[in-house]
Ligand binder design. Structure first.
Ligand code: BGC
Length: 718
């Protein structure tokens, strides 16, 4: 008998349900405090996991209670949302996606896990893998953007990083935490961009867009999955048998833990698919949800559901077995306090310094230069700079909306970053206006200091908490009276560089029209100010690329590059075509867009095998030349189009991203290997099919179709 068999045989029903129950601890200003009743619940075996507690001392204290003071001595899972750093806060995930660089994505997750594990955490509720094509939805900030290929690469890298894949002890290692891929699935397609709202997408879209990142997470060995709050076509994900039990468990072979979202099982009542907690608990368990986060539906409803024959105890046993297996894989039975016990990499001074350096590197690589009319990089001879706007000296905002155990005193502000980078320049600062509100009384002072300046750096955008959970915006533009501040500054006729801080693409067409340069600066974490100064002064030649299409106007939403072609493609000269009467159909900036301080030219797209069959592989190459005037890194996107297929295919599908560092005047070759399977698609029956015939392969520096090279290849039958 295994340890888990023995435990299961010894457990009462109440203890089993306890293993499926995740409770929270409250927050105090100084850190987490145990909510009354939690200790009692742990002692009685009614709580098997906790969330929102961190700190080795605090966690070890509760682990000791679980192990030493309960009948069976089962350790706790300790869960926490570590999305983009634990104490050292890295750029928000959407900004990190702009790196298009899996090794960096993995490194930041690894470092976050090292810090989180040192705080006793065993499980993170990350990575967030929701494909999002609607910037009204505030949670776009937490994920990899609009593209499923990027989402799948992001998933693999993050799972490896968090779980320490490749480390000698694997998930049991003192610095490994179990990853939870969330929110499964299609949460980003919330109706009208409103968080928690209903989702109704076709099965095709699920298979083409929303499921691939989760399939990749499972293939990478992700320990847990969290169903989303939303329903998909009327079935709430927390009770979605077809997607959880059939697709996730049966088709992908996922045998890890499914943990509900916060209170989501009880919310089945609000969805109107359960009449009471017993029905809700039964529905979730039947769908395969193992852990009830915070709703008490399992503890209060399952006994009744079992007694009433709604579910069998076998299902309870299987769920408990999965939870115990995860605890075992994490090494918790052998030593519940191994995370955070010894001096670890988290606390070693050299490692902490390296982590800050990584934060700066990630942050500067995440910055996307959207527009630049010869003002960037800033001239080293500048002596008078005006720093204007409510985000210029807004330390806490730099952390972004989900900053785990990060301290609001940590981040370097923009003002500090420039003061350090340009010691010989005089940098005058005025916020002018607040992020929100209607007070315009500071605009005059802001204008005044601009008068003597050679250049104005205008720091505009959202507050960190205006994106993230429950932070949908019907009009995601510049909030408050920032537009008025910008207009007053542009009016002076000075060159203006606009820095846009946000957790999503903001509607800033008016700013782009007037500013000499526009830079997407997201929320970049602890090194925000230094990283922005690095890019603006040219110390770092920017490499960040948009992981999401940037609309001109909210009326274009949803807008994304992988749309299917219309039977009447947009033609401004032909009335009866697919377009708007009141604005162009194209975005303000394409997916993949991002300027550098040098000019890269792509030529000679080629392949060694223009004809291929299923099971084969294509090698595709393209030459890149850096025309200068600086060394830089080119990013090349490889797209494909299935020209004629049994199902209309998107005009462009991303199949790969390549990067190459090139000195001034230097040329090189970017090489892609593409398995023929990557050109298959869900056929009419939704089963993957590679149909014989012509494909276009396209390479470009963004998804702008006007600037792509293309070649034809042909899939042969068989
Ligand atoms: C969020 C999840 C998160 C959970 C625990 C929920 O409200 O939707 O993303 O993991 O809370 O904090």
């Amino acid at each position: 008998m295994t340890r888990i068999d023995k435990l299961l045989a010894a457990m009462t029903l109440e203890e089993k349900i306890g293993q499926l129950n995740m409770a929270t601890v409250g927050h105090a200003v100084t850190g987490p405090v145990l909510a009354s009743g939690v200790i009692e619940g742990i002692r009685a075996g009614r709580i098997g996991s906790l969330l929102n507690i961190w700190g080795a001392r605090e966690v070890h204290a509760v682990q000791k209670i679980a192990v030493e003071k309960t009948r069976l001595g089962i350790p706790l899972l300790i869960g926490f949302d570590v999305l983009h750093g634990h104490k050292t806060i890295f750029p928000i995930p959407l900004a990190e996606a702009a790196l298009f660089d899996p090794p960096f994505w993995e490194r930041s997750a690894r470092e976050a896990a090292i810090e989180a594990a040192a705080d006793g955490i065993t499980m993170t509720f990350a990575p967030m893998l929701d494909i999002a094509r609607d910037p009204r939805w505030g949670r776009i900030v937490e994920g990899p953007g609009e593209d499923p290929w990027v989402g799948a690469e992001f998933a693999k890298a993050k799972v490896r990083g968090f779980q320490g894949t490749g480390l000698p002890e694997g998930l049991a290692g003192a610095s490994a935490v179990a990853a939870t891929a969330k929110h499964f699935c299609a949460y980003g397609a919330a109706l009208a961009g409103r968080d928690y709202a209903s989702v109704d997408v076709s099965e095709r879209l699920l298979h083409e867009v929303y499921l691939p990142p989760f399939a990749a997470a499972v293939a990478a060995g992700c320990a847990a999955i969290m169903p989303a709050f939303n329903d998909v076509a009327g079935i709430p994900m927390t009770a979605h048998v077809a997607l959880l039990r059939d697709w996730l468990r049966r088709d992908t072979g996922f045998d890890g833990v499914i943990v509900s979202d916060y209170n989501a099982i009880a919310e089945l009542l609000h969805h109107g698919v359960a009449g009471d907690l017993a029905e809700a608990a039964a529905a979730a368990l039947l769908a395969g949800v193992d852990i009830d986060m915070m709703s008490n539906a399992y503890s209060q409803g399952l006994p009744e559901a079992i007694a009433g024959g709604l579910v069998s105890t076998d299902l309870v046993d299987s769920a408990v077995r999965r939870v115990l297996k995860l605890k075992e894989h994490l090494g918790l039975f052998d030593d519940p306090c191994r995370r955070g016990s010894a001096e670890t990499l988290a606390t070693a001074p050299a490692a902490a310094k390296a982590r800050i350096e990584l934060a700066r590197e990630l942050a500067r690589r995440a910055i996307v230069v959207l527009a630049n009319d010869h003002v960037l990089p800033l001239s080293p001879s500048l002596r008078h700079i005006a720093l204007i706007g409510p985000l210029a000296d807004a330390r806490a905002e730099m952390l972004g909306p989900w900053a785990a155990a990060g301290s609001a005193t940590g981040p370097v502000t923009i003002r500090e970053g420039f003061a350090a980078a340009l010691p010989d320049a005089e940098i005058a600062f005025e916020a002018g206006v607040a992020i929100t509100g209607t007070d315009m009384s500071g605009i005059a002072a802001a204008r005044e200091i601009c008068k003597g300046a050679e250049i104005v750096l205008l720091c505009l955008g959202e507050a960190a908490n205006m994106s993230g959970e429950a932070a949908s915006r019907a009009n995601p533009g510049l909030p408050g009276v920032q537009g008025a501040l910008a207009a007053a500054i542009f009016d002076l006729g000075k060159p203006v560089v606009a820095l846009i801080f946000s957790g999503r693409p903001l509607m800033i067409a008016a700013i782009v029209e007037k500013a000499r340069a526009v830079v997407a600066t997201w929320f970049l974490g602890v090194e925000a100010g230094n990283a922005i100064a690095d890019v603006l002064t040219g110390k770092f030649n920017p490499t960040g690329r948009l992981p999401v299409t940037w609309p001109r106007d909210v009326g274009q939403v949803p807008i994304f590059f992988a749309a299917r072609p219309s039977g009447r493609p947009a033609n401004p000269d032909d009335h009866y075509t697919s377009k708007y009467l009141d604005m162009p159909v194209g975005p303000l900036f394409y997916f993949g867009h991002g300027l550098s301080y040098c000019r890269f030219i792509l030529t000679n797209l080629r392949t060694s095998n223009a004809e291929f069959r299923l099971g084969g592989e294509l090698t595709i190459e393209v030459d890149a030349l850096n025309e200068g005037p600086a060394a830089g890194e080119a990013t090349v996107f490889l797209f494909a189009r299935d020209v004629v297929a049994s199902v209309a295919r998107p005009s462009l599908e991303l199949k790969g991203v390549g990067k190459i560092a090139l000195g001034t005047g230097e040329g090189g070759t970017v090489c892609f290997r593409l398995a023929a399977e990557a050109l298959s698609f869900p056929g009419r029956d939704l089963k993957p099919v590679l149909e014989p015939g012509e494909f276009l392969l396209l390479a470009g520096q963004s998804a702008d179709p006007r600037q792509m090279l293309s070649i034809k290849v042909r899939a042969l039958p068989g």
